[in-house]
Ligand binder design. Sequence first.
Ligand code: HEC
Length: 112
Amino acid sequence: MKTSALFSTMLLTAFLSYNAAMANTVSDEDVKTLMKKSACFRCHAENRTKDGPAYRTIAETRRGKPGIEMALYRHVTTAATVPINGRMEDHEPLRTGDEAMARAVVQWILTR
Ligand code: HEC
């Protein structure tokens, strides 16, 4: 029993560091290319407010909050609507099915 709990912990640790390593292999250039392709910069800029908040504002207000990576991961991978000038507009997900890429986008946003 004890041994198997230890083994599960080791597996989980290996899985988490593998994920972190995968995210680390994605460059800022790759992240920006995907975000451009997904039209993210149409409504967001790095340092100033457009129709959507600046990535820096998102980082400064949300960084370090519990569960924020998961919440933003869901936000950038799921179709939703957001209010822009009193109208609901589509918030399209990232144009990728690659989990490591989507995680890297979240990390990029949170480190602006
Ligand atoms: C049509 C304009 C528009 C586009 C395109 C757009 N966004 Fe947004 N985004 C918004 C608005 C507006 C908000 C603020 C929503 C709110 O305050 O309820 C927002 C919020 C966010 C947030 C913060 C969510 C939170 O929980 O605080 C993130 C992260 C984000 N967008 C990332 C992206 C990414 C990545 C893309 C490209 C896949 C993208 N956005 C494309 C308008 C847009």
